[in-house]
Design a protein around this ligand. Structure first.
Ligand code: FAD
Length: 482
């Protein structure tokens, strides 16, 4: 049995990882040169609590389960996970308190455990900088944060260890359907891939990919979310994820600590007038909106000299506002895992299991056999910044490059960068997402040049061939003299 997965975002990658526990051949096709750099790259990185999703929806069914599965993922894949806890804050007025109660009851209907409404004393103890306007909050202790791209990158690496084939930098652009089944996928490079089952996990492009094979799926429209990233200094002012009360437009603009010690403000919620999946531009109005909203929750957090970066992500929305995970009646070996909007990152581990157990095994009656032995080893997640001096000294004794710090802001050593390259990083962003080099205060101002030289040396390429990320993003436009 061969299964082809289209799209290496958090969904496709975790699917490849979960399927690698079964006796199947897997091929994962990603059009970018790296994994997790689509929608998975630009979001709030929250492992949501599960109380916000409408009871009865797939989102509600899969969110809390996904939240709980992150524990196992963090242990097995060594992905970062911090259970920061969250507060949905409310003013002392009838309207706000009713909304808070509604959230609590939704959570209970969704089977979420451990949530409670807390008052001002509790808030003051744990979030002293929170605006005094908020006197109550829904506290969810198991809400957390992660690094979404690392979930994808690590999951595919583990799947590869069990024999999965990873195709990067090539897109599915066509294929042949005959007698109600996809016979083969046609890649941009000209390669043809035959598989028994095709799983479409193409993120924003799932509708487009389904169309190639004549599979009807809900029309997708895009909702942009703009963010700003604040310096590590801002993390003194906030420890939990702070949500306003949700509205028609979603979870609202938040204050979110990041895994590596920064703070995110945002996102906005803007419906794009056209389907423009490459449009991740930010605007002055968007930035102002998130600054105002951040300051309303935690007054003074958005200090102008703490703002170090802005970025945007796009949500794949449908009218139904729910995940679309279906096997096709028309093309019998085709499954779509689409419309994966928030909380898709949280739900991803349970979405992967749902696809295997509910769609492949139950609805499509495919017998999948679990592998007897699991050869996967525990990934090495050593970071200089997170280790104590004895551990670092031991590493340096084996390899002096652990003592050569390349990224000063995030204290990333040359050895960590080399390891990232040997594990698949092919560009500055590839190194950045794996090691956090360039994610800090200076945003690569000091280290990009040094990383470029290491990339050129390790990949045996010219400096002029070093790219920021995808093709056409070379750092230099000619020969470089060092
Ligand atoms: C602003 C915003 C905030 C969010 N916040 C959160 C949050 O805090 N918590 C949470 O749980 N969720 C959040 N989400 C949702 C979450 O980010 C997504 O649900 C999740 O990342 C979707 O992953 P994916 O794998 O479906 O898509 P993607 O990551 O986009 O992956 C799809 C992949 O398919 C590839 N692809 C496309 N077409 C082809 C083709 N023809 N051939 C080969 N490859 C192809 C793309 O290059 C891409 O890498 C947020 C989303 C947004 C936009």
């Amino acid at each position: 049995m061969k299964i082809a997965i289209i799209g290496g975002g958090v969904i496709g990658s975790l699917l490849a990882y979960e399927l690698s526990h079964y006796e199947v051949n897997i091929v994962l096709i990603e059009k970018n040169h790296d994994f997790g750099l689509g929608v998975t790259k630009a979001n709030s990185a929250i492992v949501h609590g599960g109380y916000d999703d409408p009871p009865g929806s797939l989102r509600a069914e899969l969110c809390y389960k996904g939240n709980q599965l992150y524990e196992e993922l963090a242990e097995k894949l060594k992905i970062p996970l911090k259970r920061t806890g969250s507060f949905v804050v409310a003013r002392n007025c009838k309207e706000d308190l009713e909304k808070l109660e509604e959230l609590l009851s939704r959570g209970e209907k969704n089977g979420v455990k451990g949530i409670e409404v807390v008052g001002r004393d509790f808030l003051e103890k744990y979030e002293p900088y929170l605006s005094e306007e908020f006197e109550y909050a829904l506290h969810c202790p198991h809400t957390g944060i992660t690094e979404p791209w690392m979930v994808a990158i690590t999951a595919v690496k583990e799947a590869e260890k069990s024999g999965a084939e990873l195709v990067r930098g090539d897109a599915v652009v066509g294929g042949e359907v005959s007698e109600g089944k996809v016979k083969y996928l046609q890649l941009k490079s000209g390669r043809k891939i035959e598989a028994d089952i095709i799983i479409n996990a193409a993120g924003l492009y799932y509708h487009e990919v389904a169309n190639i094979f004549g599979v009807p799926t809900p029309q997708v429209y895009l909702r942009k979310g703009q963010y700003i990233l604040l310096d590590h200094k801002a993390s003194e002012m906030v420890k939990h994820i702070i949500f306003p009360l949700p509205s028609e437009k979603g979870k609202g603009k938040l204050v979110v600590p990041t895994i590596d010690g920064g703070v995110l403000l945002g996102p906005t919620s803007e419906n794009l007038p056209e389907f423009t999946p490459e449009d991740v531009s930010t605007t002055l109005e968007g930035i102002k909106e998130v600054i105002i909203a951040g300051n309303e929750l935690v007054p003074g957090i958005a200090k102008p000299n703490w703002i170090i970066k802005s970025f945007a992500g796009l949500r794949p929305e449908t009218q139904k506002k729910d995940f679309f995970i279906e096997n096709s009646d028309r093309v019998r070996n085709f499954v779509t895992v689409g419309a994966i909007r928030s909380p898709g990152l949280t739900a991803a581990p349970s979405i992967a299991r749902y696809v295997i157990e509910e769609i492949l095994e139950r609805r499509m009656s495919i017998n999948l056999t679990k592998r007897v032995s699991d050869k996967k080893s525990v990934p090495d997640s050593f970071r200089v910044k997170e280790s104590d001096l004895d551990e670092i000294a031991a590493k340096i004794r084996n390899d002096e490059k652990y003592g050569r710090i390349i990224c000063q802001c995030n204290q990333v050593s040359e050895a960590e960068i080399i390891k990232a390259i040997h594990e698949g990083a092919r560009s500055i962003d590839g190194v950045k997402f794996r090691t956090r080099a360039g994610f800090g205060r200076c945003q690569g101002g000091f280290c990009t040049w040094k990383i470029a030289k290491i990339l050129a040396r390790e990949l045996k390429i010219q400096l002029s061939e070093v790219r920021l990320n995808e093709e056409g993003t070379a750092l230099f436009n000619g020969k470089v003299r060092v």
